[in-house]
Write a protein that binds this ligand. Structure first.
Ligand SMILES: [Zn+2]
Length: 258
């Protein structure tokens, strides 16, 4: 049972007790609106914080005592940026994980194959990555996940197990869909915020401030500054004496179905 379900049961049980108490004491039951609003804010906060494991367990760091850090990219493959990212990774002999959007994979099949052939990991980041995707119910979420998996499998011949929630938002319905499709939710513990800022040094400073063995770092491979960020990050990583390792190795999980 997830923290959300446990806390919801406890919350609604206490709310009933509170209503009974208010009615018995001739007070207006309307005042229960206050705890309901607070609980709503608490649930919303947790939706935006994948690392809280509120709706489901997500992997946000490497296995204890594992050496190395893992680099992950969301929102690709991108026609122009992803090939340059691949060339840079090759130059620095680093393996990364790409959480691809199904519809982009369908459009740029060859780039998806290129990622795979270079020995990087491919995970799913939903099929549509629609801006309203976080409001989907379980059935529609399952469709999103399966459609993306079918698309990726038809292109590289491997069916992903890793799923990164779009916008890093988790919900009750997404949690149910992930469980039913037997996917593994993958978060991060270093968020570069590269989509909100185009200052390369600021992004790299932020990403390396608390960087240590076991970290999973989130970048995007669809921004004009993605390559500059990656190169500076790789140089900084070397200076810190940290090794970039493949995500499946860091978290000791298989990236694809058997
Ligand atoms: Zn995304």
């Amino acid at each position: 049972m997830s923290a959300y379900v446990r806390k919801s049961i406890a919350f609604w049980a206490s709310t009933v007790v509170l209503v009974v108490f208010l009615v018995l004491n001739d007070a207006s039951p309307f005042w229960v609106i206050i705890p309901i609003l607070i609980f709503g804010l608490y649930v919303t906060y947790n939706s935006f914080h994948i690392e809280q494991n509120f709706f489901l367990e997500s992997i946000v760091s490497g296995k204890p005592k594992k050496k190395g850090i893992a680099i992950t990219f969301d929102d690709g493959p991108n026609n122009t940026i992803t090939p340059k990212v691949l060339a840079l990774l090759d130059k620095y002999n680093a393996k990364a994980s790409f959480f691809c959007i199904g519809k982009n994979a369908e459009e740029y099949k060859e780039i998806l194959q290129q990622i795979d052939r270079a020995g990087h990991t491919i995970g799913s980041h939903s099929f549509s990555h629609d801006k309203w995707i976080d409001f989907l119910f379980t059935k529609k979420w399952i469709n999103e996940i399966e459609l993306a998996n079918n698309t990726i499998e038809s292109i590289i011949g491997k069916r992903p197990r890793f799923f990164r929630p779009p916008y890093g938002v988790t919900t009750y319905h997404l949690a149910k869909a992930i469980k039913r499709t037997k996917m593994l939710s993958i978060g991060w513990n270093i968020r570069s915020l590269d989509t909100m800022n185009n200052n390369v040094l600021e992004i790299v400073n932020r990403s390396t401030e608390n960087l240590k063995d076991g970290c999973i770092v989130l970048f995007h491979d669809n921004l004009d500054w993605s390559c500059d960020v990656l190169e500076e990050f790789l140089i900084r990583t070397q200076k810190l004496g940290l090794q970039v390792v493949p995500l499946p190795e860091l978290i000791e999980e298989k990236a694809y179905e058997d």
